[in-house]
Design a protein around this ligand. Structure first.
Ligand SMILES: Cc1cc2nc3c(=O)[nH]c(=O)nc-3n(C[C@H](O)[C@H](O)[C@H](O)COP(=O)(O)OP(=O)(O)OC[C@H]3O[C@@H](n4cnc5c(N)ncnc54)[C@H](O)[C@@H]3O)c2cc1C
Length: 462
């Protein structure tokens, strides 16, 4: 027993020493890259810094993974300038560390701030500026922002930022009129694996194609997007139809899904079915955005998504509600397709879910008190719902949306990433575009530096 304790203490001190040395060495490397950098202390936070925990937790939508046993980043870097991000990439490569980049931590599976192997977290919290040019109706954005005449067809949640959001495609209520956010991107600045800043011309059309829907984290760090602003029609009817189960949800969905993809494009509709149980009365009647708002109702959740090509039968829908009644806080969000989405080819961007889809379906279960037991229970529930839905949704492949990330579909294995294994989840997100993404990845990041549990793998021949 005494021997075991000794071994344990020894191992513990070695691991502390290693991480301490790594932090020190890494900081020295950054300092060398910066030159005589004055604000050094304001952007690099070691894990023993008093601000570290606050910073780590402040930008994350789904705190279900963060507990005392979660591996944390060695350092958090909050750059104000591009050169500081370049330095972080070069130093991470030099010391064999991984990098995680976070815009606002909305990733459904926490991939922007979690990793099993030692990593550096680059938090883009300080990079937030916009330049809007109303003359040519374009804007350069670090974050999404709206003005009164012009809009942008991105997601509806005001707290989502554009780093991961646009690079995963991004859609909201303007989808049927203008397509995805990624369809309206004109240019971008990205820091590539060599630490170089490249725009569309310098990065080439292949990489520019890949970052507009293939997920930025596989290819580099996106600094900004140039977007085409769109004009909102003078008379717009926007609906969020929310039904609780007692209010005839079957009738509503049953009728709506026959016209979902055929409505006028100036009619912006999203249907939400919710059941928020007895314990959560305070959320009843609030719009979904409030329910999801990270400051008001930050809570633990798991989500999954599907695409629907044929109307779901009433019996099928009733089966969903039966399952809803067994949970406390559940949502089903339906975004109609058709319109502009029918006119864009599947290969135009990495997002292939275009013609032939009636609507996108997102299932979401939330809970307010986290524990392994609670988490397992709710996650099991949503997995069973997903299984139940199989006959009613797209197949070959059963398609899903990258921005509603779901690690249940499969993950890369650290150290032995395989293209053929990754295809299992890759074709669900990207269909035939997955191979092209792997091709781009192999060309721009042949050593697979930018990687995570669902990053695009290299092709086998590389
Ligand atoms: C409350 C809420 C509402 C949402 N509403 C919508 C919606 O209406 N429509 C929709 O399409 N989606 C929606 N989403 C999903 C959202 O688009 C994804 O979660 C998206 O990945 C969030 O991007 P982020 O940069 O905010 O998150 P982060 O967690 O910061 O990043 C997500 C992923 O992108 C990577 N990444 C982040 N920044 C960069 C960068 N600058 N360069 C390269 N990689 C980067 C991260 O490493 C991570 O892999 C919503 C999510 C939430 C939590």
């Amino acid at each position: 027993m005494r021997y075991l304790t000794l071994v344990f203490v020894l191992l513990l001190s070695i691991s502390w020493a290693t991480s301490y040395l790594t932090q020190e060495t890494f900081m020295q490397c950054m300092a060398t890259q910066f030159g005589p950098y004055t604000k050094f202390v304001e952007i690099i936070y070691a894990s023993n810094s008093s601000s570290y925990s606050y910073l780590l937790q402040s930008s994350q939508q789904n705190p279900r993974w963060l507990n005392s046993t979660t591996p944390k980043s060695l350092l958090i870097i909050t750059p104000f300038q591009e050169s500081e991000i370049q330095a972080a990439i070069l130093c991470s490569k030099k010391y064999g560390l991984q990098i995680r980049v976070r815009s606002v931590g909305h990733d459904y599976e926490g991939l922007s701030y979690l990793y099993k192997t030692p990593f550096i977290l680059v938090d883009l919290i300080n990079l937030r500026t916009n330049e809007i040019n109303l003359e040519d109706e374009t804007a350069w954005v670090h974050i999404a922002k709206k003005n009164e005449i012009h809009e942008f067809p991105a997601g509806i949640c005001p707290s989502v930022r554009v780093g991961g959001h646009f690079s995963g495609s991004s859609f909201g209520t303007l989808l049927r009129k203008y397509g995805l956010a990624a369809d309206n991107v004109l240019d971008a600045y990205v820091i590539n694996v060599n630490g170089e800043i490249v725009d569309r011309e310098a990065m080439g059309e292949d990489l520019f194609w890949a970052i507009r829907g293939g997920g930025g984290a596989s290819f580099g760090i996106i600094l900004s997007w140039k977007i085409k602003l769109v004009r909102v029609p003078p008379r717009v009817t926007a609906f969020t139809i929310r039904k609780t189960l007692e209010q005839g949800a079957t009738k509503l969905v049953s009728k709506w899904q026959h016209i979902a993809d055929k409505q006028h494009e100036d009619l912006f509709i999203r249907v939400i079915i919710q059941d928020v149980g007895n314990g959560t009365q305070k959320t009843k009647g609030d719009p979904l955005e409030v329910l999801l708002d990270r400051t008001l109702h930050k809570s633990f959740f798991k989500a999954k998504s599907d695409f629907v090509k044929e109307p779901i039968s009433d019996i099928g829908l009733e089966g969903v509600w039966d399952r809803f009644l067994k949970e406390d806080m559940v949502f089903m969000i339906m975004d109609p397709y058709g319109g502009r989405m029918n006119k864009i080819a599947e290969s135009e961007t990495p997002f292939p879910h275009r013609k032939g889809n009636l609507y996108n379906l997102q299932y979401l279960v939330k809970w307010e008190v986290n524990s392994i037991r609670a988490s397992n229970k709710h996650v099991h529930w949503i997995r069973m719902l997903y299984k139940y839905m199989k006959p009613y949704v797209s197949r070959y492949p059963r398609s899903t949306y990258l921005n509603y990330r779901d690690l249940d579909l499969g993950t890369n294995k650290e150290g032995s990433m395989s293209y053929s294994e990754a295809r299992v989840w890759g074709v669900k997100y990207f269909k035939g575009n997955f191979k092209r993404l792997a091709h781009v990845k192999s060309n721009v990041d042949p050593n697979n530096f930018f990687r995570n549990e669902q990053s695009i793998p290299l092709l086998p021949e590389y």
